[in-house]
Design a protein around this ligand. Structure first.
Ligand SMILES: Nc1ncnc2c1ncn2[C@@H]1O[C@H](COP(=O)(O)OP(=O)(O)OP(=O)(O)O)[C@@H](O)[C@H]1O
Ligand SMILES: [Mg+2]
Length: 263
């Protein structure tokens, strides 16, 4: 297969979301290709989470379409699918890594159960297999096997994020959404998590859409970048090109980090 034959995994057309009168995001257009990491950056309130939540079908856009290509080649507009089918997609073919582990993990049940749960949703029932798969995934995210029966509330913040990643990746998703996954972590813990995400992306050929305030995170992880301001995408392109030679004055400010202070 030549590169020209590769078809987009996701194609977004004229997507807008309003919270009543309040603009969330508007006129968003882009394509995401298999294996690609797309970073969405911009100041607080620029519409990053609104866009991510529309794409992951957690909120319905006011207007627009997003076509998703399934593994079998079928293409569907996400917003014309039933809610049950959207939920299945989120539990199987997709992942969603939240900024706050409490939004993405069940803090009171064991780490192993957190990982096994998504497999059970797919119909896996064999206890020993679930447990060994969970332990395998814990080791892939650098959590000791002897923590398998411990609840995530006994884990450090960095471990909780690694567990959240294991829980999401155990079903072999093709597309993972991440909203500020390194947000609340210390710099050294952040660096370790970013290394891990990079490794998993290259090992598994995942596509990722990641929201981040941090241009260093975008630089390290993403192939392409979209810069948002006031709900709109004001600049997009290859990450290195946009960050090394930003065209919009706003992006130039972001890169020179004047706007990053205090965010
Ligand atoms: N539930 C809501 N109801 C009304 N307005 C909302 C709601 N959620 C977000 N907004 C508004 O939509 C706009 C975009 O917000 P959004 O949360 O998408 O920004 P963001 O880029 O993710 O910001 P942050 O970096 O702070 O997370 C903002 O003006 C925000 O006030
Ligand atoms: Mg947000």
């Amino acid at each position: 297969m030549s590169f020209q034959d590769v078809k987009p995994l996701l194609k977004v057309e004229e997507l807008s979301h309003y919270y009543g009168q309040q603009l969330g995001c508007r006129d968003i257009n882009f394509e995401l290709y298999p294996g690609e990491v797309l970073a969405i950056v911009g100041e607080s309130g620029s519409g990053k989470s609104t866009l991510l939540n529309c794409l992951s079908t957690q909120i319905n856009p006011t207007m627009g379409k997003a076509y998703y290509r399934f593994a079998d080649g079928r293409v569907e507009n996400l917003y014309e699918m039933s809610e049950a089918d959207q939920r299945t997609l989120l539990r199987t073919d997709w992942g969603f890594v939240h900024q706050h582990p409490r939004d993405g993990l069940r803090m009171g049940v064991s780490a192993g159960a957190n990982v096994g749960e998504r497999l059970m949703a797919l119909g896996h029932r064999h206890y020993d297999n679930l447990r060994s798969t969970a332990i395998d995934w814990l080791s892939r995210v650098e959590i000791d096997a002897d923590r398998v029966d411990d609840a995530p509330r006994t884990f450090s913040g960095g471990m909780q994020q690694r567990l959240q990643i294991a829980r999401n990746l155990v079903t072999n998703p093709r597309l993972v959404f991440m909203d500020e996954p390194t947000g609340g972590l210390d710099v050294s813990v952040q660096a370790r998590l970013l290394d891990l995400i990079r490794k998993l992306v290259s090992d598994l050929g995942l596509s990722i859409i990641i929201v981040t305030h941090d241009l260093a995170v975008a630089r390290l992880l993403s192939h392409r970048i979209m810069v948002m301001k006031g709900g709109e995408v004001i600049e997009q392109g290859l990450t290195d090109q946009v960050l090394d030679d930003p065209h919009q004055a706003y992006t130039q400010l972001l890169v020179s980090s004047i706007l990053q202070v205090g965010t």
